[in-house]
Design a protein around this ligand. Structure first.
Ligand code: ATP
Length: 334
């Protein structure tokens, strides 16, 4: 789903990389393009047509560009429809980028289905609005388990930081924090730290290199991971994944960037890396080592392109979106 704004440009650049992947590895991808988002709402009358949902349902995974004003009707709906409970956002410093340090390598694991984004809002009267924060034990358990499993599969010292504000929101964040502590008992090899969300925002700026896996609730994760993206060179560097038990959807973490849309200057790294996350997930899910290798080759090709000075405008260079896609594609090797 190319989406809106810079989405189609990023998709085009990413497809160059995926085409090269199929030439270099024993992988055949049947890529089906679907409509969704603001443009689709204008031309079709609905932001997420039934046939788009059906096509996604019939696929092994979904790669999606950003959508604009209709995001709540598209991505939020897809997360709920496919129960994509884990919002995954890896943030890493890559060479030649405006990352604040060269040794950042953290993974945000954000609860994706409840919290303040559950959408339970109502008006008490014209002057008073209420938004309910829903936190359930089951959702806390599965996101904490995902975070601990992820910590085990990473190369870094195994650590999970649970971010909450249980000193103020004693019931909701209290349940989240306690569940993280309970889940941690099954992972004696992984250390668990806890940070209040305000302290986490500060610590991210002060010592981002100290973080490994950060697990948190929906709104905190949304905000902190955007903050984290700026530490590694901006939103254009940040891929995301929405993962459930049976299906997963991959996308850049940023929006449609209307200020640069249509100019061919957007950084497609976010979506190229998202396609790498997709291949990595497919490799694990379907025990397909070619997919896993291909995923690594995407990251390596990207690093080599950056090292060679292939930089888009946001990274201080002049390379256009499609040329960036070509540069990564030509560095793919098996
Ligand atoms: P939306 O309302 O769709 O979320 P937005 O402008 O509020 O859009 P983003 O699209 O997330 O928020 O982007 C914020 C800014 O970050 C953009 O204006 C753009 O300058 C920059 N940006 C985001 N993504 C990229 C990218 N892939 N490459 C370069 N710059 C980007």
């Amino acid at each position: 789903m190319p989406g809106d704004g810079i989405g189609p440009e990023l998709t085009e650049a990413t497809l160059k990389v995926l085409t090269q992947i199929q030439n270099s590895f024993q992988i055949r991808l049947n890529i089906v393009q679907v409509e969704g988002g603001d443009q689709c709402a204008t031309t079709r009358g609905v932001p997420l047509p039934a046939e788009t949902i059906d096509t996604i349902r019939g696929a092994h995974a979904c790669l999606k560009g950003p959508v604009g004003e209709t995001a709540a009707d598209v991505i939020v709906k897809l997360r709920i429809l496919f129960d994509l409970y884990a919002g995954i956002r890896p943030l890493k410093s890559y060479p030649n980028t405006p990352a604040v340090r060269s040794d950042i390598d953290m993974l945000f694991v954000r609860e994706n289905t409840e919290g303040l984004y559950k959408g339970v809002e109502f008006a008490v009267n014209a002057d008073t609005m209420v938004c309910l924060r829903v936190i359930t034990k089951g959702a806390c358990e599965r996101i904490a388990t995902y975070a601990f499993e992820a910590a085990r599969s990473r190369r870094k010292a195994m650590n999970v930081t649970a971010v909450h504000k249980a000193n103020v929101m004693r019931k909701t964040d209290g349940l989240f924090a306690q569940t993280c502590r309970d889940v941690a008992k099954a992972y004696p090899d992984v250390t668990l730290d806890e940070l209040y969300v305000d302290a986490a925002a500060m610590q991210l700026v002060k010592a981002p290199q100290d973080f490994d896996v950060i697990v948190t609730t929906n709104l905190y994760g949304d905000i902190l991971s955007d903050e984290g993206a700026m530490l590694v060179g901006g939103l254009g560097m940040a891929p995301g994944a929405n993962i459930g038990d049976d299906f997963a959807l991959f996308e850049p973490i940023h929006g449609t960037a209307p200020d640069i849309a249509g100019k061919g200057v957007a950084n497609p790294t976010s979506m190229i890396l998202a396609s790498g996350l997709m291949l990595d997930w497919l490799g694990t899910k379907y025990s397909d080592s070619a997919c896993t290798k291909a995923a690594h080759s995407i990251e390596e090709a990207l690093i080599n392109a950056l090292k060679a000075g292939v930089l888009t405008q946001d990274l201080g260079g002049k390379v256009k979106t499609d040329a960036f896609g070509d540069a990564v594609a030509e560095r793919i090797s098996d």
